[in-house]
Ligand binder design. Structure first.
Ligand code: HAM
Length: 423
């Protein structure tokens, strides 16, 4: 038997401080999304493969190369979701959510996604997203407010230094004009394109712009830009979104190469990156989709949404866990166990992260345990403390130098003392 079984390549266990960060990110996003009147939705991790083929498009890298697709025991083709939007649209249509809910419908979700991509820093085969979808109210206000929701979440988890890269893919007629121009351009260089992009040229020319092939990338730099093909109406829409971002004080740059790797986008598309350029992959991305809900048999209603990559956020935030100020309640001997237990429960009532360390043979061992558990404050309760109702509080700073400060505090002052010390 192999007793060294590891997680699958590109997938990882999340625990300890990573899970604290995960929880912090989700709860912050949820708190903010409530102000913007989003409700939660959860859809299955596995969907019929057709859901993603229909929504994301067969020529995208996600569908053609990265999906975990398998036949179940009934020989039905199923896929582990590579993203959340398609499943949420399927769920809105399957459950007729548009009939029972008045518009706009605003949904937030979070959970694991799966893409068979090459694993590297911040890129996994199982990763987690928080996603938001806003159906109805198509227009510049909705787009800008959606982007500002993403920005507000990032600021609230401590990522103050972000830039939104924004583009427009226009409506159908602008996009058709643009695609004609792309075909004209890439046809001139057909033999220089990678084999994948030669196929894309016939089937879905826009997707050449996502190619990771280096030669293709060089050609893409010279290709026509969508911004030059937006008709008057689409240009005004896009300018209005940008003006609103100015009004909201959101840092943005127009990136006319930003077509995003999923077929469903129309009009506004955006990605968010750190401004300092140290980590250059997107921490979030999204855009408007005019036709997606209709594709699943829902009403003809446009939506906009985005998703943030939780692993990337976890890697970038400077997170101080409240567990860094853990408290240990330590009875010196069995005689003080009960008195100490009362204090332990009192601290829990006031939400202090607290360990009750009673199960060791000596005080020294108990202090060692507290130190290994990274407790910062030790409440030591011996015979004297019980008699005088005064508790000895030791403050630990590091393993080598464990008792920097020691004080006696009246039992009825202990909560106030800890509150001021910990803040
Ligand atoms: P996406 O740009 O494919 O959009 O993914 C959104 C975010 O998920 C990325 O910006 C990145 O932070 C994270 N992400 C993507 N792939 C990986 C990976 N392999 N490892 C770690 N993180 C990753 C979507 O998925 C759309 N559904 C967003 C959307 C919602 N558009 C409209 N509504």
């Amino acid at each position: 038997m192999n007793n060294n079984i590891q997680p699958i390549r590109g997938m990882k266990d999340l625990y300890a401080v990573d899970m604290d960060k995960y929880e912090f990110i989700i709860s912050t996003a949820r708190k903010i999304s409530k102000k913007y009147c989003y409700s939660l939705i959860e859809t299955p991790i596995v969907e019929s493969t057709a859901v993603f083929h229909m929504a994301i498009g067969n020529e995208t890298d996600v569908v053609s190369k990265e999906m975990y697709t398998f036949l179940d025991k009934g020989k039905e083709s199923l896929t582990l979701r590579p993203e959340g939007t398609a499943g949420v649209m399927r769920a809105i249509a399957s459950n007729h959510l548009m009939q029972s809910t008045s518009l706009p419908l605003k949904l937030m979700y979070y959970g694991p996604m799966f893409r068979y991509d090459r694993p590297q820093k911040g890129r996994y085969r199982q990763f987690h997203q928080i996603g938001f979808e806003y159906l109805g109210n198509k227009g510049a206000y909705t787009d800008a407010i959606t982007i500002s929701l993403a920005y507000e979440i990032l600021v609230n988890i401590g990522l103050y230094n972000c830039t939104v890269f924004i583009n427009s893919l226009g409506g159908l007629s602008s996009r058709q004009d643009y695609i004609k121009a792309l075909v004209r351009f890439f046809s001139l260089y057909k033999e220089k394109l990678s084999p994948d992009s030669q196929i894309r040229l016939d089937k879905n020319p826009l997707r050449i712009l996502d190619s990771k092939d280096l030669n293709d990338r060089e050609l893409c730099k010279l290709a026509p830009k969508i911004q030059d093909y937006l008709n008057k109406e689409d240009r005004t829409y896009f300018n209005n979104v940008c003006n609103l971002l100015n009004k909201f004080g959101i840092r943005y740059e127009i990136d006319s190469n930003l077509v995003r790797g999923l077929d469903y986008y129309t009009h506004t598309t955006f990605e968010i990156k750190l401004s300092d350029g140290i980590y250059t992959d997107a921490i979030g991305g999204g855009g408007r989709y005019d036709n997606l809900l209709k594709l699943f048999g829902g009403p003809d209603i446009s939506g906009i949404g985005f998703a943030l990559g939780i692993e990337r956020l976890m890697m970038l935030i400077d997170y101080k866990s409240n567990l860094e100020s853990k408290i240990a309640v330590i009875p010196v001997s069995e005689n003080e166990d009960n008195y100490s237990l009362d204090i332990f429960q009192n601290l829990l009532q006031y939400d202090f992260p607290t360990e009750f360390i009673w199960n060791a043979t000596s005080l020294r061992k108990k202090i060692e345990i507290a130190s290994k558990l990274n407790c910062k404050f030790l409440l030591i309760i011996g015979e004297d403390e019980v008699k005088t109702d005064q508790i000895t509080v030791k403050q630990l700073t590091s393993n080598e130098d464990i008792s920097i400060k020691q004080k006696k505090i009246n039992r009825n002052q202990i909560i106030n003392f800890l509150k001021t010390e910990i803040i």
